[in-house]
Design a protein around this ligand. Structure first.
Ligand code: OSB
Ligand code: MG
Length: 368
């Protein structure tokens, strides 16, 4: 594969409802859509960076900088045998996994389009369906949250995740458990706590949560190991995992028992596959996280989750929970059994509606 042209668009879509976490509140999804071209065929992917560095350090602006100055020249100047080889080609650039992933994922879709096969075939996955879970943001109060959870349980989702932050944690879990004593439930703190909060997590142990996701600092695995020793609920790491080595270190140190893989956070599909394979070898459950992606990134996540080793339902939910009108047609839908059908068309498998993309585009860049 030799990419001949790269295009990037900064895209901004309104969210149907504000999404609130411990680190902020989003009313729009703004991301960089990357397209790569070879021989008149295109592949597409979206970066998972945001406008601000509140989840992880990368932003849309740093992504565009690294793409423009470093990744685009490397990708345009070098032929690779397979899209997985972009990982080694980009390795000289330290960090910036979100920027690397956007190009590498688009290249994987390009290969699938060239071969006329669904993306999962290029990744080594399978057709059929995947189990779908849902991430519920912070709400006005516990009653509003319980209503929202009831809606998602009724929709069929296989597991519910709620966001927590200091002062909005134990009481929320208690309120949900009162009404839904057995629903598969987990919490995500997005790094809002410190080791001094260990007693709080111990107090929540009896609610038999599936896991607590990233309770401590985004770049920490040492304190997470200390916390995991003190609580019964499994810790899951999200922000701290940027690839295979982080997962290996975290499992070695027993900083977590479960791993969240986001393909856009670990540098692309090849890194996601390597991280997954390692966790699987060690018997650690894995699930696929989400970043409020439009249908393009959402479908990359769907195809990826068909690989063996994604043993728990992920955060890939229906397009309609986030967007009035997704950028793809048809949108991603979830069955009443809480499943998403894996598309069988070439590449990501659903059509990108370019008129909608154009309407949502703030600006465009291209190399050369
Ligand atoms: O921590 O998993 C997270 C959204 C934005 C940034 C970080 C996270 C999330 C979610 C939403 O939890 C998952 C989704 O529905 O895409
Ligand atoms: Mg998370």
């Amino acid at each position: 594969m030799k990419i001949e042209r790269i295009e990037a668009r900064l895209v901004r879509l309104p969210l149907r409802f504000p999404f609130e976490t411990s680190f902020g509140r989003s009313t729009h999804k703004e991301f960089v859509l990357v397209s790569v071209f070879e021989g008149g065929v295109a592949g597409h992917a979206e970066g998972v960076a945001d406008v601000d560095p509140y989840y992880l350090p990368e932003t849309n602006v740093t992504l565009l900088h690294v793409l423009s100055e470093f990744l685009a020249p490397l990708a345009l100047g070098n032929e690779v045998a397979h899209p997985r080889d972009y990982q080694a080609l980009f390795a000289r650039v330290r960090g910036h996994e979100m920027a690397k992933a956007a190009v590498e994922m688009a290249a994987h879709e390009l290969l699938a389009q060239q071969q006329g096969v669904p993306l999962y075939k290029v990744l080594g996955g399978r057709g059929g369906e995947i189990a779908s879970g849902v991430s519920v943001g912070l709400q006005k109060d516990a009653a509003a949250l319980v209503d929202k959870v009831a809606e998602e349980v009724a929709a069929g989702y296989r597991r519910i995740k709620i966001k927590i932050k200091p002062g909005k944690d134990k009481a929320l879990v208690e309120a949900i458990r009162k009404r839904f004593p057995d629903t598969p439930l987990m919490v995500d703190a997005n790094s809002a706590y410190t080791l001094a909060d260990a007693p709080l997590f111990r107090e929540m142990d009896h609610h038999h949560l599936m896991m607590v996701e990233q309770p401590l600092a985004w770049n920490d695995i040492i304190d997470h190991a200390a916390l995991q020793k003190q609580i019964g609920t499994p810790v899951c790491l999200d922000e701290s995992i940027h690839g295979l080595d982080d997962a290996r270190h975290a499992l070695d140190l027993q900083a977590c028992r479960i791993v969240n893989i986001k393909v856009g956070r670990v540098g692309g599909h090849a890194s996601a596959q390597a991280t997954l394979a390692h966790c699987r070898e060690r018997g650690a459950p894995v699930w696929c996280g989400g970043m409020l992606e439009s249908g393009i990134g959402r479908l990359h996540n769907v195809h990826l989750q068909t690989l063996p080793g994604f043993t728990l339902p992920g955060d890939t939910s229906a397009s309609a929970r986030y967007f009035e009108e997704d950028l793809i047609d048809p949108p991603v839908v979830v069955s009443p059994r809480g499943t998403i059908a894996v598309p069988e068309g070439p590449g990501i498998g659903h059509e990108i509606v370019w008129s909608r993309v154009d309407k949502a585009t703030l600006h465009r860049l291209a190399w050369p």
